[in-house]
Design a protein around this ligand. Sequence first.
Ligand SMILES: Nc1ncnc2c1ncn2[C@@H]1O[C@H](COP(=O)(O)OP(=O)(O)O)[C@@H](O)[C@H]1O
Ligand SMILES: [Mg+2]
Length: 278
Amino acid sequence: MIRGGRRTNPPLEIQRRAIAVSGGKGGVGKSTIALNLAVAYAQAGSRTLMVDTDLGMADLNLLLGVAPERSLLDALGGTPIEDILVAAHGIHLLPALNGSYLLSTIGPAAQAQILEMVKSLATRFDALVIDIAAGIGQTQTAFAGAPTDAIVVVNPEPLSMADAYASLKVLSMEQGVRHAFLVPNRVTSRAQATEVVSRLQALVDRFLDLELTPLPPIPSDPAVAEAAQIGVPLLVHCPDAPAARAIRQLTRALATLAPTTADASWWRSTTRAQGVSP
Ligand SMILES: Nc1ncnc2c1ncn2[C@@H]1O[C@H](COP(=O)(O)OP(=O)(O)O)[C@@H](O)[C@H]1O
Ligand SMILES: [Mg+2]
């Protein structure tokens, strides 16, 4: 629901969706887009869970303006996972830690344990948004391999496009993903977004067995940094900013597209009626 602004589109309905947002290097806007997508779902009435998988360099808590007392590290130590959830702006966050060497260096077994905890917790929510850490290493792919839809964020710079291609390649070749969504972020014109999409599309068509569906682009907008600075999600701080409008448009576009995950049975088999209140 858009408050205090002109509503140009019908409100979004409750979404049942599991999405992982990734995209090569840090700084392309993964956390910004993941967080605001989650807020858009919450504003539409979905019970929404967010997971920060940037285990040692978490930033979602900062963007959300919360200071969690516990993190996924406590969950690994035996604290019930629902006890580490923090709620703000209508979403529930499973927080990681800032500057935690320990959490950033947990092995594959612990990562698999976290993934299982997330999957079982997620069945109590309508929507799940996972913020995938930068890079294409083992930690990243462990979480990107969760049975969710994949959104890859790209910036117009050539290096970002190369990183996005690397991410798509890993999703396709290592994770068996057959269909991914692409979001051009920080674009300065529609033409620039179209150019980014068509260049990546050409590479993907040529080298990967992957269907790529572009989503509406997000413009470069100073309101994004402003919102981050004060720790309030853009959609709440500045709902009429161009980037906020674009993120709502992206959310609506996504809602019209079928989920891409073949292995989404763990998620879609649970109905809202079966869900327990988080
Ligand atoms: N559309 C945008 N317009 C302007 N600045 C942006 C935009 N998207 C992201 N940023 C800025 O880019 C930086 C990185 O964003 P972030 O979401 O933290 O990226 P990531 O999670 O990929 O590292 C932040 O300073 C953020 O404010
Ligand atoms: Mg991030």
